[in-house]
Design a binder for this molecule. Sequence first.
Ligand code: FAD
Length: 213
Amino acid sequence: MATPRGAHIASEASSSPTEKPCRACTDFRSWMSSQSKASSTARPGKVLNEAAAATDTTSNSDRKEGSEQKSEIDRDKSNASHSAANSFEDDIPLWGDAKKYGCPDDSNSLGRGSWSLLHSMAAYYPNQPSPQQQQDMKDFIHLFAKFYPCTPCAEDFKEWIKIHTPSVDSQSSLSQWFCEAHNDVNRKLGKPLFDCNLVNQRWRDGWADGSCD
Ligand code: FAD
């Protein structure tokens, strides 16, 4: 799968050389590439640039991989500049076969995608958010509940928010709050509850046994 346009923001999203690169900011292929180079990497978030730079020390297969990625990046850059210059309709290639676009979400696929977004937002929320960031997150949660397209789900979620005020004062408290919100739905649907101690491993760091690395 091609690197998503705008994935260069990965370099802005990582904070220090000692931290893992931001997994949610890059695609799987670039992520793997960055992991294999992690030990010699000065700026871990710069996965795109590193993937593009096939150096003299790489093997032939690495070099092929690197040059394929470079072409992808060049193509992305070219598409991006075209997009900026031209109108949306006449620049973006159509897939041709409508079925490849997929079908509308049902409540399960919508739920899975939504939880993925919500838990990931919490996972990457600042440890010490500014008052503005805290207010923005509160607003986001209320607006999300207002517009969530599964109406009965949204109604229950709004009721839950009324009783459980969003905890927005840190990454940890927000992640726990979403975990509890999700567990409330799990309970309602008769599903197993999730151990909220594991929420950062599930949504940010990967499992302690290294199975996600
Ligand atoms: P999901 O429940 O979508 O979970 C996806 C993944 O999240 C799991 O594989 C697991 O790794 C992880 N996970 C599970 N629990 C937690 C947790 N507590 N904390 C962190 N990570 C966790 N469906 C309904 O039928 N009725 C409803 O009223 C309803 N309300 C919803 C309200 C909201 C706000 C949202 C976002 C979704 C709601 N859904 C509802 C959808 C429902 O929660 C599930 O998403 C859907 O049933 C698909 O379930 P799933 O088993 O595929 O996994």
